[in-house]
Design a protein around this ligand. Structure first.
Ligand code: NCD
Length: 314
Protein backbone atom coordinates (compact mmCIF):
# COMPACT_ATOMS: atom_id res chain seq x y z
CA UNK A 1 0.00 0.00 0.00
CA UNK A 2 1.79 3.22 1.04
CA UNK A 3 4.74 2.09 -1.06
CA UNK A 4 7.65 4.45 -1.22
CA UNK A 5 8.35 4.77 -4.94
CA UNK A 6 12.08 5.05 -4.42
CA UNK A 7 12.44 1.65 -2.77
CA UNK A 8 9.20 -0.15 -3.64
CA UNK A 9 9.00 -1.29 -0.03
CA UNK A 10 5.43 -2.26 0.75
CA UNK A 11 4.66 -0.58 4.06
CA UNK A 12 1.33 -1.00 5.85
CA UNK A 13 0.93 2.23 7.77
CA UNK A 14 -2.76 3.01 7.29
CA UNK A 15 -5.67 1.39 5.52
CA UNK A 16 -6.73 4.42 3.50
CA UNK A 17 -4.53 3.73 0.49
CA UNK A 18 -5.52 0.07 0.11
CA UNK A 19 -8.08 -0.51 -2.62
CA UNK A 20 -11.23 -2.56 -2.20
CA UNK A 21 -9.70 -5.10 -4.60
CA UNK A 22 -6.55 -5.18 -2.48
CA UNK A 23 -8.63 -5.95 0.60
CA UNK A 24 -10.62 -8.63 -1.20
CA UNK A 25 -7.43 -10.26 -2.45
CA UNK A 26 -6.11 -10.45 1.12
CA UNK A 27 -9.39 -11.95 2.32
CA UNK A 28 -9.28 -14.60 -0.40
CA UNK A 29 -5.65 -15.41 0.49
CA UNK A 30 -6.53 -15.59 4.18
CA UNK A 31 -9.34 -18.02 3.48
CA UNK A 32 -7.06 -20.22 1.38
CA UNK A 33 -4.27 -20.12 3.94
CA UNK A 34 -6.66 -21.09 6.70
CA UNK A 35 -7.45 -24.32 4.87
CA UNK A 36 -3.95 -25.09 3.61
CA UNK A 37 -2.14 -28.08 5.15
CA UNK A 38 0.61 -27.06 7.57
CA UNK A 39 3.39 -28.88 5.66
CA UNK A 40 2.64 -26.77 2.60
CA UNK A 41 2.13 -23.57 4.53
CA UNK A 42 5.44 -23.68 6.37
CA UNK A 43 7.37 -23.50 3.11
CA UNK A 44 5.90 -20.12 2.23
CA UNK A 45 8.15 -17.85 4.34
CA UNK A 46 10.91 -20.29 5.18
CA UNK A 47 14.12 -18.46 6.05
CA UNK A 48 12.47 -15.04 6.51
CA UNK A 49 12.59 -13.15 9.80
CA UNK A 50 9.61 -11.22 11.18
CA UNK A 51 10.52 -8.58 13.79
CA UNK A 52 7.82 -7.73 16.32
CA UNK A 53 8.63 -4.34 17.86
CA UNK A 54 6.08 -3.71 20.60
CA UNK A 55 6.51 -0.55 22.67
CA UNK A 56 2.98 -1.01 24.09
CA UNK A 57 1.17 -3.98 25.68
CA UNK A 58 -0.46 -6.50 23.36
CA UNK A 59 -1.87 -10.02 23.50
CA UNK A 60 -3.73 -10.71 20.27
CA UNK A 61 -1.88 -8.53 17.80
CA UNK A 62 1.65 -9.60 18.74
CA UNK A 63 0.91 -13.25 19.33
CA UNK A 64 -1.25 -13.69 16.23
CA UNK A 65 1.48 -12.06 14.11
CA UNK A 66 4.05 -14.38 15.67
CA UNK A 67 1.84 -17.43 15.23
CA UNK A 68 1.14 -16.40 11.62
CA UNK A 69 4.87 -16.04 10.93
CA UNK A 70 5.83 -19.32 12.59
CA UNK A 71 3.12 -21.28 10.79
CA UNK A 72 4.40 -19.89 7.48
CA UNK A 73 7.89 -21.14 8.34
CA UNK A 74 9.39 -17.73 9.18
CA UNK A 75 11.50 -17.05 12.25
CA UNK A 76 10.39 -14.43 14.77
CA UNK A 77 12.52 -11.98 16.73
CA UNK A 78 11.79 -8.73 18.52
CA UNK A 79 10.62 -7.37 21.82
CA UNK A 80 7.38 -7.07 23.77
CA UNK A 81 8.28 -3.91 25.67
CA UNK A 82 10.44 -0.94 24.74
CA UNK A 83 12.00 -0.93 28.22
CA UNK A 84 14.26 -3.84 27.24
CA UNK A 85 15.71 -2.02 24.21
CA UNK A 86 18.16 0.85 23.76
CA UNK A 87 15.15 3.19 23.63
CA UNK A 88 15.62 3.05 27.42
CA UNK A 89 19.10 4.54 26.89
CA UNK A 90 17.68 7.33 24.74
CA UNK A 91 17.96 5.80 21.27
CA UNK A 92 15.54 7.37 18.81
CA UNK A 93 12.70 5.37 17.27
CA UNK A 94 14.30 5.95 13.87
CA UNK A 95 17.61 4.39 14.93
CA UNK A 96 15.91 1.40 16.57
CA UNK A 97 13.94 0.89 13.36
CA UNK A 98 17.11 1.10 11.22
CA UNK A 99 18.70 -1.60 13.39
CA UNK A 100 15.71 -3.93 13.32
CA UNK A 101 15.46 -3.47 9.54
CA UNK A 102 19.05 -4.68 9.30
CA UNK A 103 18.16 -7.86 11.19
CA UNK A 104 14.67 -8.68 9.90
CA UNK A 105 12.69 -8.84 6.66
CA UNK A 106 9.55 -7.09 7.95
CA UNK A 107 8.88 -4.96 11.04
CA UNK A 108 5.61 -5.17 12.94
CA UNK A 109 5.55 -2.01 15.05
CA UNK A 110 3.28 -0.94 17.91
CA UNK A 111 4.05 2.38 19.53
CA UNK A 112 2.20 4.80 21.84
CA UNK A 113 2.96 7.83 19.67
CA UNK A 114 0.60 8.86 16.87
CA UNK A 115 2.47 8.77 13.56
CA UNK A 116 5.23 6.43 14.81
CA UNK A 117 4.62 3.89 12.03
CA UNK A 118 4.91 6.48 9.29
CA UNK A 119 8.14 7.80 10.87
CA UNK A 120 9.43 4.22 10.88
CA UNK A 121 8.44 3.69 7.25
CA UNK A 122 10.50 6.72 6.25
CA UNK A 123 13.75 5.14 7.48
CA UNK A 124 13.12 1.42 7.09
CA UNK A 125 14.61 -0.58 4.23
CA UNK A 126 12.07 -3.37 4.84
CA UNK A 127 8.25 -3.23 5.08
CA UNK A 128 6.80 -1.68 8.24
CA UNK A 129 3.41 -2.92 9.39
CA UNK A 130 1.57 -0.59 11.75
CA UNK A 131 0.30 -2.67 14.68
CA UNK A 132 -1.16 0.42 16.37
CA UNK A 133 0.25 3.97 16.68
CA UNK A 134 -1.20 5.74 19.70
CA UNK A 135 -4.68 7.06 18.97
CA UNK A 136 -4.01 6.90 15.23
CA UNK A 137 -4.64 3.70 13.33
CA UNK A 138 -4.62 -0.07 13.70
CA UNK A 139 -4.99 -1.15 10.07
CA UNK A 140 -4.39 -4.86 10.54
CA UNK A 141 -7.15 -4.98 13.16
CA UNK A 142 -9.46 -3.42 10.57
CA UNK A 143 -8.46 -6.16 8.15
CA UNK A 144 -9.39 -8.77 10.73
CA UNK A 145 -12.66 -6.96 11.49
CA UNK A 146 -13.65 -6.69 7.83
CA UNK A 147 -12.67 -10.30 7.14
CA UNK A 148 -14.80 -11.47 10.06
CA UNK A 149 -17.75 -9.39 8.85
CA UNK A 150 -17.40 -10.88 5.39
CA UNK A 151 -17.21 -14.43 6.76
CA UNK A 152 -20.17 -13.95 9.07
CA UNK A 153 -22.47 -11.91 6.84
CA UNK A 154 -21.37 -13.18 3.41
CA UNK A 155 -20.65 -9.60 2.22
CA UNK A 156 -19.74 -6.16 3.44
CA UNK A 157 -21.51 -3.96 0.85
CA UNK A 158 -24.88 -2.69 2.00
CA UNK A 159 -24.49 -3.50 5.70
CA UNK A 160 -25.48 -1.35 8.64
CA UNK A 161 -22.70 -1.28 11.25
CA UNK A 162 -23.06 0.10 14.78
CA UNK A 163 -19.73 1.34 16.15
CA UNK A 164 -19.88 2.08 19.84
CA UNK A 165 -17.59 2.96 22.73
CA UNK A 166 -14.50 5.11 22.58
CA UNK A 167 -14.59 6.60 19.10
CA UNK A 168 -12.20 9.36 20.06
CA UNK A 169 -9.15 7.47 21.35
CA UNK A 170 -9.90 4.03 19.86
CA UNK A 171 -7.57 3.53 16.92
CA UNK A 172 -9.36 0.37 15.74
CA UNK A 173 -12.45 2.49 15.10
CA UNK A 174 -10.49 4.97 12.99
CA UNK A 175 -9.09 2.20 10.76
CA UNK A 176 -12.39 0.34 10.58
CA UNK A 177 -14.23 3.45 9.36
CA UNK A 178 -11.60 4.03 6.68
CA UNK A 179 -11.80 0.35 5.68
CA UNK A 180 -15.61 0.40 5.52
CA UNK A 181 -15.48 3.49 3.33
CA UNK A 182 -14.13 1.28 0.50
CA UNK A 183 -17.43 -0.61 0.33
CA UNK A 184 -20.78 0.37 -1.16
CA UNK A 185 -24.01 1.35 0.58
CA UNK A 186 -22.62 1.19 4.12
CA UNK A 187 -24.57 2.80 6.96
CA UNK A 188 -22.71 3.42 10.21
CA UNK A 189 -24.40 4.35 13.46
CA UNK A 190 -21.96 5.77 16.00
CA UNK A 191 -22.54 5.91 19.72
CA UNK A 192 -20.16 6.87 22.49
CA UNK A 193 -21.14 6.75 26.16
CA UNK A 194 -19.78 10.25 26.74
CA UNK A 195 -19.65 13.24 24.36
CA UNK A 196 -15.94 13.42 25.21
CA UNK A 197 -15.44 10.08 23.48
CA UNK A 198 -17.28 10.97 20.28
CA UNK A 199 -15.64 10.68 16.88
CA UNK A 200 -13.41 13.77 16.52
CA UNK A 201 -14.69 16.48 14.17
CA UNK A 202 -11.59 16.07 12.01
CA UNK A 203 -12.47 12.40 11.43
CA UNK A 204 -16.05 13.29 10.59
CA UNK A 205 -14.82 15.75 7.98
CA UNK A 206 -12.33 13.21 6.61
CA UNK A 207 -12.89 13.05 2.87
CA UNK A 208 -12.58 9.27 2.82
CA UNK A 209 -15.60 8.90 5.08
CA UNK A 210 -17.79 10.77 2.61
CA UNK A 211 -18.88 7.48 1.06
CA UNK A 212 -20.35 6.26 4.34
CA UNK A 213 -23.79 7.24 5.57
CA UNK A 214 -23.17 8.19 9.20
CA UNK A 215 -25.87 8.32 11.87
CA UNK A 216 -25.72 9.14 15.54
CA UNK A 217 -27.13 6.49 17.89
CA UNK A 218 -29.02 7.26 21.12
CA UNK A 219 -28.36 4.15 23.17
CA UNK A 220 -27.15 0.57 22.87
CA UNK A 221 -30.59 -1.00 22.75
CA UNK A 222 -31.74 1.20 19.88
CA UNK A 223 -28.59 0.50 17.92
CA UNK A 224 -28.66 -3.25 18.56
CA UNK A 225 -32.16 -3.33 17.08
CA UNK A 226 -31.21 -1.78 13.76
CA UNK A 227 -27.73 -2.99 12.81
CA UNK A 228 -26.24 -6.06 11.10
CA UNK A 229 -22.98 -5.76 13.02
CA UNK A 230 -22.48 -4.27 16.47
CA UNK A 231 -18.82 -3.29 16.92
CA UNK A 232 -18.07 -2.66 20.59
CA UNK A 233 -14.90 -1.06 21.94
CA UNK A 234 -13.55 -0.44 25.41
CA UNK A 235 -12.98 3.01 26.86
CA UNK A 236 -9.27 3.77 26.36
CA UNK A 237 -8.77 5.47 29.71
CA UNK A 238 -4.98 5.09 29.51
CA UNK A 239 -5.03 7.48 26.54
CA UNK A 240 -7.02 10.23 28.27
CA UNK A 241 -5.13 13.49 28.52
CA UNK A 242 -4.16 14.20 32.18
CA UNK A 243 -6.95 16.76 32.71
CA UNK A 244 -9.54 14.10 31.93
CA UNK A 245 -8.19 11.54 34.45
CA UNK A 246 -10.59 10.80 37.27
CA UNK A 247 -13.67 12.00 35.47
CA UNK A 248 -14.51 8.52 34.12
CA UNK A 249 -17.11 7.45 36.65
CA UNK A 250 -18.72 10.85 36.99
CA UNK A 251 -19.28 11.17 33.25
CA UNK A 252 -21.43 8.06 33.18
CA UNK A 253 -18.94 5.71 31.56
CA UNK A 254 -19.52 3.17 34.30
CA UNK A 255 -22.97 2.52 32.77
CA UNK A 256 -21.58 1.63 29.39
CA UNK A 257 -22.46 -2.09 29.35
CA UNK A 258 -24.14 -4.26 26.73
CA UNK A 259 -26.82 -6.40 28.42
CA UNK A 260 -28.38 -9.52 26.91
CA UNK A 261 -31.74 -7.72 27.17
CA UNK A 262 -30.43 -4.99 24.84
CA UNK A 263 -30.37 -7.66 22.14
CA UNK A 264 -34.01 -8.76 22.53
CA UNK A 265 -35.08 -7.08 19.29
CA UNK A 266 -31.85 -7.58 17.36
CA UNK A 267 -31.89 -8.98 13.82
CA UNK A 268 -31.70 -12.75 13.70
CA UNK A 269 -28.24 -12.96 12.11
CA UNK A 270 -26.76 -9.84 13.70
CA UNK A 271 -23.25 -10.29 15.05
CA UNK A 272 -21.24 -8.64 17.81
CA UNK A 273 -17.58 -7.82 17.27
CA UNK A 274 -15.00 -6.38 19.65
CA UNK A 275 -11.26 -5.97 18.97
CA UNK A 276 -10.65 -7.01 22.59
CA UNK A 277 -9.49 -6.67 25.30
CA UNK A 278 -12.93 -6.12 26.82
CA UNK A 279 -13.29 -4.66 30.25
CA UNK A 280 -16.77 -4.11 31.66
CA UNK A 281 -18.66 -3.11 28.51
CA UNK A 282 -19.11 -6.68 27.25
CA UNK A 283 -20.08 -9.04 30.09
CA UNK A 284 -19.43 -12.78 29.81
CA UNK A 285 -23.19 -13.41 29.71
CA UNK A 286 -23.04 -12.32 26.06
CA UNK A 287 -20.43 -14.95 25.13
CA UNK A 288 -22.89 -17.81 24.83
CA UNK A 289 -25.18 -15.96 22.38
CA UNK A 290 -24.98 -16.99 18.70
CA UNK A 291 -24.34 -13.31 17.87
CA UNK A 292 -21.06 -13.24 19.82
CA UNK A 293 -18.33 -13.33 17.17
CA UNK A 294 -15.40 -11.68 18.98
CA UNK A 295 -13.41 -14.81 19.82
CA UNK A 296 -13.82 -16.02 16.24
CA UNK A 297 -12.65 -12.53 15.19
CA UNK A 298 -9.53 -12.87 17.37
CA UNK A 299 -8.82 -16.34 15.88
CA UNK A 300 -9.12 -14.86 12.38
CA UNK A 301 -6.12 -12.70 13.29
CA UNK A 302 -3.79 -15.55 12.35
CA UNK A 303 -4.91 -16.29 8.79
CA UNK A 304 -5.46 -12.62 7.96
CA UNK A 305 -1.97 -11.69 9.19
CA UNK A 306 -0.53 -14.65 7.31
CA UNK A 307 -2.03 -13.26 4.12
CA UNK A 308 -0.61 -9.82 4.91
CA UNK A 309 2.90 -11.07 5.76
CA UNK A 310 2.95 -13.09 2.60
CA UNK A 311 1.80 -10.12 0.54
CA UNK A 312 4.42 -7.66 1.88
CA UNK A 313 7.21 -10.25 1.64
CA UNK A 314 6.45 -11.59 -1.83
C1 NCD B 1 -6.85 -2.85 20.37
C2 NCD B 1 -5.68 -1.88 20.33
O1 NCD B 1 -4.58 -2.22 20.77
O2 NCD B 1 -5.90 -0.79 19.83
N1 NCD B 1 -6.47 -4.15 20.75
C3 NCD B 1 -6.13 -5.04 19.77
O3 NCD B 1 -5.13 -4.89 19.11
N2 NCD B 1 -6.97 -6.05 19.52
C4 NCD B 1 -8.01 -2.36 21.14
C5 NCD B 1 -7.84 -1.93 22.55
O4 NCD B 1 -6.75 -1.93 23.12
O5 NCD B 1 -8.87 -1.58 23.13
Amino acid sequence: MTASNATKVRHWVGIETVSKEGLEQLFADAKRLEAEPLEQKRERLRGRVVMTMFFEPSTRTRLSFESAALRLGAGVSGFAEGETTSAKKGESLEDTVRMCAAYGDVLVLRHPVLGAASRAAKVSSVPVINAGDGTGEHPTQALVDLYTIQQRMGQIDGLHIGIVGDLCYGRTVHSLLLGLSKFRGIHVTCYSPSPKLALPEADLRHASLAGLTLHEGRNLRDIARSVDVLYMTRVQSERFPPEREGSTASSGLADYVLRAADLDDARRNMCILHPLPRVTELPVEIDALPAAAYFEQARNGVCVRQALLQSVLS
